[in-house]
Design a protein around this ligand. Structure first.
Ligand SMILES: Cc1cc2nc3c(=O)[nH]c(=O)nc-3n(C[C@H](O)[C@H](O)[C@H](O)COP(=O)(O)O)c2cc1C
Length: 155
């Protein structure tokens, strides 16, 4: 059972830390959407999309990547980190998945260290996040997601 997660993580690598914790559980390939590479998402059983929240939604390159490469009808899930105001969360990428008839298996989010704009002046917000507890929750999320996926594929 193979999973790919297409991600953007630039501010402090917060989202990547969460994904690496999940990937340590096994069977997950991480695809940075900003690097040019040949992707064949058809070869995976399930596709995740992940991003820090930028201006209240996923970073645009993840949404564009989903529009271009997500195969019709693939099961999907979403992962994101945010400083303090999730806003629309994964709304834009969810809309793409819905257009392509993809079933949503779940969504994981936690806070991520944020030094954007004025927050830099106070040393940032969500300091220390994702922390050990966040990462443990992320691992649990992915373990449960794999169980759900298994029953979904078997049916
Ligand atoms: C340009 C920019 C815009 C951001 N906009 C938001 C936002 O609208 N809401 C929020 O809660 N956090 C916002 N943040 C904080 C990030 O979502 C947070 O730090 C996240 O964990 C970054 O993920 P990354 O390190 O994986 O890129 C913003 C950060 C930057 C640099």
């Amino acid at each position: 059972m193979k999973t790919a997660v297409c991600y953007y993580s630039r501010h402090h690598g917060n989202t990547l830390k969460v994904l690496q914790a999940m990937a340590a559980e096994g069977s997950m390939d991480l695809i940075d959407v900003t690097t040019r590479q040949a992707v064949r998402l058809e070869d995976y059983d399930c596709i995740g999309f992940a991003s820090g929240i930028y201006a209240f939604d996923f970073q645009k390159s993840v949404v564009e990547f989903a529009r271009q490469y997500l195969p019709q009808g693939k099961p999907v899930f979403f992962v994101y980190t945010y400083g303090g105001a999730k806003g629309r969360c994964a709304k834009a990428v969810k809309a793409v998945a819905a257009e392509k008839g993809c079933r949503v298996l779940g969504e994981f989010s936690c806070r991520g260290f944020d030094t954007f704009g004025p927050f830099k002046l106070v040393g940032g917000i969500a300091k220390g996040h994702p922390n050990a507890r966040d990462l443990e929750k992320a691992r649990l999320f992915y373990r449960n997601l794999r169980v759900t996926l298994k029953s979904f594929i078997v049916k």
